[in-house]
Design a protein around this ligand. Sequence first.
Ligand code: HEC
Ligand code: HEC
Ligand code: HEC
Ligand code: HEC
Ligand code: HEC
Ligand code: HEC
Length: 419
Amino acid sequence: MHRISAKILLGVAVFLAVILQANTLQAQDAAKLFKANCASCHKPTDQKLIGPGLKGIRSRWPDEAKLIAWIRNSTEFLKTGDAYANKLFEEYGRSVMPAQNLSDAEIIAIIDWTDKGGDAPAAAAADGAATADGAGAAAAETSSDSYLYILIIVGLVLLVLINVLNSVKSSLESLVNEKKGIVVEPEPIRTPTEKFRIWASNNKKIVAVISLLLVIWVLKQGWDGLMGIGVYQGYAPEQPIKFSHKLHAGDNQIACVYCHSGVEKSKHANIPSANVCMNCHMYIQEGPQYGKEEIGKIYAALDYNPETRTYGPNQKPIQWIRVHSLPDHAYFNHSQHVAVGKIECTSCHGPIDSMEVVQQHSPLTMGWCIDCHRKTEVDKDNKYYEELHKQFVNDPKYKKGDKFTIGSLGGLECSKCHY
Ligand code: HEC
Ligand code: HEC
Ligand code: HEC
Ligand code: HEC
Ligand code: HEC
Ligand code: HEC
């Protein structure tokens, strides 16, 4: 009985793993792969970004083998002298598409997905600015992980089933024994841990399968974390002090620059030190929601005694957890956008003043930066741009009706954002 059920369980688990794995590579993983490797330059729609929109891509590339070769390494492919590819390359100002370390199956999944124009929620997530709150991205994440959860749940259900079958079996046996008049010694009483240990040593295969699934799951979580997958829109880590932007910037109307004083002058918007908090919390010692508890953590960081109003020697900075983070190779400057470009914090960070916990509102992908640079028109009346606007209009390539955007200023040049 035990032997057979272990084999069945193993078989079912492997079968399910294969089926579910194969299915998910098509839809969610394609969206994820696209987001990780292509979304900085392409949209899964008709719209251009750095490269062409990829909707209906199969109609432009009737030969799938060529299309795969092109996506894997376009520089190599151009050397074959393919006329269409070389024309496209010239058309896009000889921009080089990075070589991709992807399998055929992964590339085909991306092609299938984009050919249809992407699916609604994931396309919106890749599209960036279009998603209001990152719910789309979060949904795509969960569904792609869910097959592992399903496997674990199926495993647990099978376990319960086996146990039930076993107990049915033993009660049948005792019934038969009773009929035959055989007296069986009652089983010794055991604690649940002992029972589990005995069960585990009788069912080594089941234990092995479950441990294997757990290990795979843990590895996958770790891998996703490393690749930064899922730590995009909607990321809202719990902070060491329950600091609420809604309470401070919303209800109490404290200006953003009061605390983030660097934002108009420098590249970075600084996080305020605990001393800035003390400007008010020297006096405000209790909060409406958490009483003295959370404000007490400010005092603890400064080794401050609110009774005697004295600071001690054991001060340590509050370890705020970073929410927004661009990779090192990308250059972003706050003062350029806030002071010169006159862009509101909320255009990029969303409704911070109604957030209890800060969350990443925008995708912060290259596509997102480029999209805004392409769409945003420069204020011609701003003295700062007067000279540049003259140059733009006098350029021989200028056609009447061309829009004077951040892109026309050079905001689409690779070197402006990459060192
Ligand atoms: C750094 C920007 C960049 C990235 C990343 C990128 N591409 Fe491209 N892609 C381009 C550019 C630019 C072109 C236009 C041709 C050229 O200049 O090489 C292009 C062209 C293409 C074409 C041909 C389009 C047409 O209309 O025929 C396909 C297909 C394509 N890319 C797929 C992908 C896929 C799939 C990925 C991700 C695995 C990807 N690209 C990643 C920049 C990029
Ligand atoms: C009373 C001080 C204070 C005010 C006013 C304030 N903030 Fe903050 N802000 C903080 C602190 C402290 C943190 C770090 C803790 C956190 O993330 O909640 C922070 C974090 C942030 C972050 C996330 C930083 C990261 O790690 O990526 C953003 C974005 C932000 N604030 C924007 C704003 C905007 C926009 C406003 C105005 C609407 C504003 N803040 C007003 C104190 C303040
Ligand atoms: C300009 C004044 C001002 C500054 C600066 C300030 N706060 Fe506050 N804080 C307030 C006010 C006002 C309240 C609400 C008090 C009330 O409603 O009773 C408050 C409440 C709080 C609460 C209590 C929340 C609750 O519901 O219990 C915490 C925690 C807090 N602040 C943390 C901070 C931290 C951390 C900083 C520094 C990064 C900071 N504050 C900076 C004005 C300020
Ligand atoms: C054009 C988009 C944009 C605007 C406008 C903008 N931010 Fe940011 N913000 C970003 C990006 C992108 C990052 C991540 C920067 C990085 O990782 O280097 C960021 C990061 C931050 C951080 C974390 C610390 C840092 O500098 O990395 C804070 C705090 C912040 N922003 C506050 C603000 C405040 C306050 C305003 C308005 C006065 C504002 N931001 C306006 C895009 C913007
Ligand atoms: C909401 C719109 C918006 C978003 C999103 C945005 N920018 Fe900008 N960006 C602007 C505007 C407006 C200017 C013009 C300000 C100026 O003239 O300096 C600008 C200018 C720039 C410049 C200077 C360009 C030049 O020609 O001197 C750089 C570099 C830049 N942005 C980088 C970024 C990066 C990197 C991101 C994404 C992380 C980003 N921007 C996201 C609106 C945006
Ligand atoms: C307006 C700013 C901006 C411009 C212009 C820009 N990039 Fe980027 N780029 C970024 C940002 C921000 C990231 C990081 C995005 C992320 O981590 O998803 C990035 C990421 C990348 C990556 C890493 C791949 C990826 O998807 O993370 C490559 C490769 C790249 N850019 C190439 C280019 C090339 C080539 C050009 C010129 C055709 C260019 N970039 C122009 C802002 C820009």
